[in-house]
Design a protein around this ligand. Structure first.
Ligand code: SF4
Ligand code: SF4
Length: 148
């Protein structure tokens, strides 16, 4: 399956990937409307890690055998036909079990009132994930590399 891979040698830590992840999951998918007009702005599913001159974008690895899917107590997490691990928000009860078991720390708590998790969905339905298509340096790519 296609996955997102970081190319840290090209990442400058600008965090545009985080911003466009938010835009990609907003109602309007327009950056001005998302940040100036929408009240319930979504959280980013990608996080930029930085230490000294090193920086890279990180998100869910969509594991072949995802422990989060096995551990989910309500069946809210599942893998789709393409291999993406997705969350059915209607089933998520905010127990945070998946957050505890994810070996990569790639699942985050969402808005405290909603008590739902937030995770990368590979921008299902888009030809390329928003973070990838908006990185100015191609420091993240979306491609097939075989078995991880
Ligand atoms: S948009 Fe690209 S260069 Fe900027 S922080 Fe994200 S991955 Fe790095
Ligand atoms: S693929 Fe989509 S959901 Fe995943 S981190 Fe990138 S923009 Fe966010």
């Amino acid at each position: 399956m296609k996955r997102i891979y970081a190319r840290e040698e090209y990442c400058v830590g600008c965090r545009l990937c985080e911003i466009f992840c938010v835009v990609g999951h907003s109602k309007s998918k327009d950056i001005i409307k998302t940040y100036k007009k929408e009240e319930d702005r979504p959280a980013p599913r990608v996080v930029v890690w930085e230490k000294g001159p090193l920086s890279f974008a990180f998100q869910c690895r969509h594991c072949d055998q995802p422990v989060c899917v096995e551990a989910c107590i309500t069946g809210a997490l599942s893998k789709n036909e393409e291999g993406a691990v997705l969350c059915n928000e209607d089933k998520c009860v905010g127990c945070w079990t998946c957050i505890t078991v994810c070996p990569f720390g790639a699942i985050k708590r969402g808005d405290s009132e909603k008590k739902k998790i937030v995770k990368c969905d590979l921008c299902s339905g888009e030809s390329e994930p928003f973070c990838v298509s908006h990185c100015p340096n191609r420091a993240i790519v979306f491609e097939e590399r075989g078995v991880e």
